[in-house]
Design a protein around this ligand. Structure first.
Ligand SMILES: *Cc1c(COP(=O)(O)O)cnc(C)c1O
Length: 401
């Protein structure tokens, strides 16, 4: 009998008890709106901004409705105007080009390299050809590029960077937290990210004027003084009447849920990496499985794993996925031309002007992806890796016949 895995790939851990209690208290008193406070009470949304800014090591933080929304108003606050070109990774999730379009920008997709990082040569040529002055650096699936080199190139080219840290919350490059390199950074609190409030987003920055604009855009009305990690009142005087209200505030319920998870975040990142490292080591024993190396300066958070099967033919992919699924292992394939579930390939975003990224397509055609929820323990990861390795072995065997 071959081994089968039976846990669901989409089950998250419970919300911490103090988060449940805080949520129930809010349900009882009904003060769910972030500005619905009594006296000098600091709302849960404001407390989250304060706590996250401190944890992240940034001056300012804004809590809002989603990661995609944080990217959108971040770009506006950075000064993106209608028609401006905005560079971004050719390998990213659909909300990223969507946020650029929402801000009036025109996405310019840049190739990735074999380590899922932006290709710096392509970045230079696309930046020069398009004249782009903005970039959303999307660290899709938590792969942090060589930030020193990347930021030096962006400075040279006059490009302002907004970091998309949806998968790198808690990650770092050479000891500096992901999100502390660009002028702004966006995080997601959506269920499958590193803190789970269902939906939610955080925008951080050290730039006072940009953050004041973002807070106005988020729909603060003239209540910005009730924020937890906002610039001084004087900064708002300059922007408060010229920044449109684009209503995307976080409510106290979700903020309370996030607040209860923040103290566990560092520990959870380590728990993810423990699982990731077990998966990686076991998968690497199978010589036909390729896992791109991580740079020594990269502190990643292994909440998902990507591996490549260079010798698996395109015609074999469906059968391989099916065979793994039958044994309880849910893999995603990024080579799929038709967008499925959460994954989508850039050429399925037909609202963009067509672009051709042959290297990105070639890498994605061989890439498989798996989520690693914390409800899996280390033994689960060993079993999953063994199942994948075994199935790869079976398919490679058929190739030889
Ligand atoms: C999830 C995600 C986002 C957007 O987050 P939402 O909160 O779902 O809007 C942005 N970029 C990447 C890479 C993501 O995975």
């Amino acid at each position: 009998m071959s081994k089968v895995f039976s846990k669901p790939f989409t089950q998250q851990e419970a919300i911490p008890e103090d988060g449940i209690e805080a949520a129930v208290t809010l349900l009882r008193n009904g003060r769910l709106h972030r500005y619905n406070t009594i006296g000098d009470e600091l709302s849960a949304a404001a407390q989250l901004e304060q706590a996250y800014a401190q944890w992240q090591g940034s001056d300012y933080c804004l809590a809002c409705t989603s990661g995609g929304y944080a990217l959108h108003i971040g770009l506006r606050a950075m000064g993106v105007q209608v028609g401006d070109r905005v560079l971004t990774n050719g390998y990213t999730l659909a909300p990223v080009p969507g946020a650029i379009v929402n801000a009036g920008g025109v996405p310019v997709l840049v190739e990735i390299d074999a380590n899922y990082h932006l290709d710096l040569e392509d970045l230079r040529s696309k930046a020069q050809a398009s004249g782009a002055r903005f970039m959303v650096l999307s660290m899709m699936r938590g792969h942090i590029p060589e930030m020193g080199k990347l930021m030096a190139l962006c400075n040279e080219l006059g490009i302002q960077v907004l970091e998309d840290c949806a998968h790198t919350m808690g990650g770092a490059w050479q000891g500096t937290k992901s999100g502390n390199f660009g002028v702004m950074a966006a995080f997601s609190l959506q269920t499958y990210k590193h803190m789970n409030t269902g939906e939610g987003g955080l925008l951080v920055s050290n730039d006072a004027e940009m953050m004041a604009k973002a807070i106005m855009h988020s729909g603060s009305y003239m209540l910005y003084e009730r924020h937890g990690a906002a610039p001084a009142k004087e900064v708002f005087e300059k922007v408060r009447l010229t920044s449109a209200n684009m209503s995307g505030r976080m409510d106290n319920l979700r903020a309370a849920i996030a607040l209860s998870q923040l103290p566990h975040l560092d520990d959870n990142c380590q728990r993810w990496n423990h699982r990731y490292d077990v998966l990686m080591q076991r998968l690497q024993r199978q010589p036909d499985i390729d896992i791109p190396a991580r740079h020594v300066n990269e502190s990643y958070v292994g909440s998902s794993i990507q591996f490549r099967l260079p010798k698996l033919a395109d015609e074999q992919v469906a059968a391989f996925l099916q065979a793994c699924a039958e044994r309880g292992v849910e893999l995603k394939w990024f080579g799929e031309a038709e967008p499925k579930a959460f994954t989508s390939r850039y050429d399925s975003w037909k609202y963009l002007a067509p672009s051709h990224l042959p290297n990105t397509l070639a890498i994605l055609a061989k890439t498989f992806d798996m989520r690693v929820p914390l409800t899996f323990d280390v033994a689960d990861c060993e079993l999953i890796a063994d199942i994948i390795a075994e199935q790869v072995g079976i398919f490679m065997q058929t190739n030889k016949v």
